[in-house]
Design a protein around this ligand. Structure first.
Ligand SMILES: Cc1ncc(COP(=O)(O)O)c(C=O)c1O
Ligand SMILES: [Zn+2]
Length: 127
């Protein structure tokens, strides 16, 4: 659910249906799962490091959030199965504006950046 722009190349990075149109886009770009603790498959209340919290219940035990690990595993899966051995870069939109003022779960970026750097990728935080 990231918004990165509307020009032909950036259209492929932008993974939010509201801003995607019916023309070929995203050559060489892979979109990963949105680490959304509010609407996504993992996470809920207190998974984010933010005062804007979700009312959705989280399966995590107290002080041990698994949402981040689950989304990082999904990214690692994409990196090892869909991407080439070396990648150029990873774009993140840490606080997704158009996506609903949505923040990643605690420690997600740390783990994501580690996985990306292991593949030789540059980490870009687009705010
Ligand atoms: C997070 C984010 N990235 C990229 C863009 C697009 O910026 P530009 O049109 O300057 O490429 C925007 C525009 O709103 C944005 O909010
Ligand atoms: Zn949690």
């Amino acid at each position: 659910s990231a918004y990165h722009g509307g020009s032909p190349y950036l259209q492929g990075l932008t993974a939010i249906s509201t801003w995607n149109y019916n023309f070929p886009r995203g050559f060489g770009i892979h979109n990963t799962m949105n680490p959304d603790v509010f609407r996504g498959p993992y996470g809920g209340h207190k998974c984010r490091d933010t005062p804007n919290d979700s009312i959705r219940k989280c399966d995590c035990t107290q002080n041990e959030c698994h949402a981040s690990d689950m989304y990082i595993h999904q990214l690692e899966d994409l990196l090892s199965h869909s991407c080439p051995k070396k990648i150029a870069a990873f774009f993140a939109e840490p606080i997704q504006g158009a996506g609903g003022i949505n923040q990643f779960p605690k420690d997600f970026l740390k783990g994501a950046y580690k996985a990306v750097r292991a593949k030789g990728g540059l980490c870009i935080s687009d705010e």
